[in-house]
Every structure is written in C-alpha cells, then in structure tokens.
Design a protein around this ligand. Structure first.
Ligand SMILES: [Zn+2]
Ligand SMILES: [Zn+2]
Length: 392
C-alpha cells in the first residue's frame, strides 16, 4: 500500500475520459451494432471525423503551433482550432506547452511530461491520469502562442468547443440521418477513442519500437507502420532531431498525410514559410549515427589496426565535408548581408545572385553526394568489421 499512497492523486475527469469512455464504448458499440447495426453513412462520417481530428492535431497542434514548422493563415488556424478541440486532447496552449517540454527534456523522468523512460503505459496515457508534477501548467514556454488570438480564444472556450465538436456535431448528424444513438456511438464515441489511442502511440510506441537512423541520443524511433496509424507521425526519430521540419516522413513515398496536407495548403495560399531541413544536414545526421555504431562495433570486436585506420580516414573526410559545408553557409550569409546593406550595385547584385545560386547549388550537391558515397563505404566497412571478427 505504501507505494500506492506515494503516487499522486488521480484526476477524476481524466479517468472518466480515458478509462470510462473506452469501457463504455467496449460495451455499447457492439451491443448496439448487434441489435440495430450501423450503415455506410455512419462509418464514412466516423472516418472523416477521425481524419479531421487527427490531422488537426498533427498538422495543427503539433507541427504548426508546437514546432512552428510553417505559418498558416487565419482560416486554416480556425479550422485546426475547431477540429483539434474535437480530438479532446486539451487546448492548443496546454498541448503545445507540454509538447515543447517533451522535446526539450526528452526521456528526462523529472521534466518530460510523457517520458518514455517511465514505461510504455506511462507514456501512452498513465501520465494524464494523475497529478504528476511534470503536468503542472506553465505557459512560460509558449509566449508566442499567447499572442495568437485564435489560440487564446480556443483555450478560453475549450470546454464548450469540445462538447460541441464531440456531442453536438454527431448529434446533428444523427438527426439528419435518422439514427441518433447509432451515429453518436460511432461518429462520437468510437471515433474519439480510436483517435485518442493512435495519437498516444506517438508518445508511447514511437519511443519503443522501430529504428534510430538519425540519432541515438534519445528513445524516439522511426516506424513506417506507426506512421500509417498516426497520420505520418511515426517517423519520430527524424522528428526528434529535426523538429522544425514540416515533414516527418521526408521521402516522397513515406506515409505522411500531415505533410501532404500542409503542402497542399501552401499551394492554396493558406500556409507559407514551410521549413525543410537541408539535405546535407540530414545526411550528416545519418552518417554521424553510422560512425557511432561502427566505433562501438570496432571496440567490441577489437578489430585490426587497418580497419581502425580506414575508419579514422573516413571520419576525417566526413569532418572536412562538414567544415566545407559550414564555410559555404557562412559565405552565403555574408553575401546576403552585403546585398541587404546595399554594398553592391543593383546590376552586380543580380549578377551575383545568379552566379551565387548556380555555384552554391553545385557545391552543395557535390558535398551531399560525398556524404551519400561515404554512407555506402561505411556500410561496406561495417560488414568487413563483422567478418574479420568472426573466427576462421
Ligand atoms: Zn517524442
Ligand atoms: Zn514534436
């Protein structure tokens, strides 16, 4: 009993939402289904609501507000504020403040509100059920959001808004359709529970299950299957190292409907200033992680000196590429400053801009290519390390 009494008190409303509602759904949804059944209209609307809520959390709450991965015009922000409230995951302000803390102190048991180091259950939903100290409201990390009138309005009217989106809208839909209870159960209740858990997977499973190609500094994982369930948020290892990128799945074929939505909105003029991390930085992170892995293997297997020498040469080359890239960025920055300060005449500015673009582009491509080749060589090298360590 001693361990129980030392745990913080339960939060009744959250227990009712996160434990009571799923239990209710578990009983009522199948019972109603057996006696009266559901039809295509109800399932389709449930799916539509699921995506509207889910994408408003991922593209809105998460990438727009928590990370400022792009900027959005007011109609899109209103849209996300309404449908995001329908996901019943608290207001934008609370959500984004918690999430920024999660990134800043990831895995820190005392500061990350949903630290994966405290276990799968805790990071999935345990963290919301009790008055943990890490949940203390502190908006000092979201002053920018407090200046957004839509965010403030949503925070102040959150309860009315979430009740309307979760009960009011499905009720209206049910009246229109002629089956109020069935529609409330599927579009209201079941859709809410599913969306809760798939979103929670990002905090739980995406910190336990998958690969870590970009960084091993934290527990976040890349997982294509989870990306499919979580509207694209499953590429969580990438996201934790490059949180300001509006994409989580950076390859065109990686399932990330949130990135596709943001990109569509930008084409429609509803979103702008989309942040994309330069390819070189992405390659650098991949390579850096690869070096760390090989170093570990080399040490564990006590590889021969010739392999160690090879590895050191590769690392030197890597450092050189990184330095060249940094120098290129500094050069570009200086040019921009010179143009801004009017140090160059208008004609020279135009000439410079053209020359600069072409020259920079080809230099960057060369450097990116060098890193890609190096990654291939390192893969071969690691095979060699493993082979040489095997007894003949
Ligand atoms: Zn995370
Ligand atoms: Zn994030």
């Amino acid at each position: 009993m001693a361990s129980q009494t030392s745990r913080p008190a339960l939060i009744p409303i959250n227990v009712a939402i996160f434990v009571g509602l799923p239990l209710l759904a578990l009983v009522l949804v199948p019972v109603w289904g057996i006696y009266y059944g559901y039809d295509g209209f109800q399932w389709l609307w449930a799916l539509a609501f699921l995506y509207l809520n889910g994408l408003s959390i991922t593209a809105g709450y998460h990438r727009l507000w928590a990370h400022k991965a792009y900027e959005a015009r007011a109609p899109l922000r209103w849209f996300f504020a309404f449908w995001g409230a329908g996901a019943l995951q608290n207001s934008i302000l609370v959500w984004a403040s918690d999430h920024r803390r999660h990134h800043r102190h990831v895995d820190d048991r005392d500061r990350d509100p949903y630290a994966a180091t405290k276990g799968l259950w805790f990071s999935h939903m345990g963290w919301m059920l009790r008055h943990y100290e890490t949940n203390t409201e502190d908006f000092s990390n979201v002053p920018d959001l407090q200046r957004d009138p839509i965010v403030v309005w949503q925070h102040e009217n959150y309860i009315a808004l979430t009740v309307f989106m979760n009960l009011g809208l499905p009720l209206l839909l049910g009246i229109w359709h002629g089956d109020i209870i069935g529609t409330l159960l599927i579009v209201g209740l079941l859709r809410l529970i599913i969306n809760h858990h798939v979103t929670f997977f990002v905090n739980s499973l995406a910190h336990f299950w998958g690969s870590r190609p970009y960084t091993e500094a934290n527990s976040a994982r890349d997982n294509g299957f989870l990306a499919f369930l979580t509207y694209g948020e499953g590429y969580h290892n990438y996201h934790h190292i490059f949180q300001t990128d509006y994409r989580n799945g950076i390859r065109w074929y990686q399932w990330d409907p949130s990135k596709w939505l943001i990109s569509l909105c930008s084409r429609l003029g509803l979103a702008h200033n989309l942040v994309r991390i330069p390819d070189f930085k992405i390659q650098r992170a991949l390579l850096d992680t690869q070096f760390q892995r090989i170093r570990r293997e080399v040490e564990e297997r006590q590889s021969p000196d010739n392999l160690l020498g090879l590895l050191e040469r590769e690392y030197q080359q890597f450092t050189e590429s990184v330095n060249q890239w940094k120098a290129l960025q500094a050069e570009r920055y200086e040019r921009q400053v010179a143009v801004l300060e009017g140090a160059l005449s208008e004609q020279r500015q135009r000439l410079h801009a053209k020359w600069e673009q072409a020259a920079m582009h080809s230099k960057l491509r060369t450097l990116e290519y060098a890193l890609k080749m190096q990654r291939k060589r390192l893969s071969l090298l690691i095979d060699q390390v493993r082979m040489q360590a095997q007894p003949v």
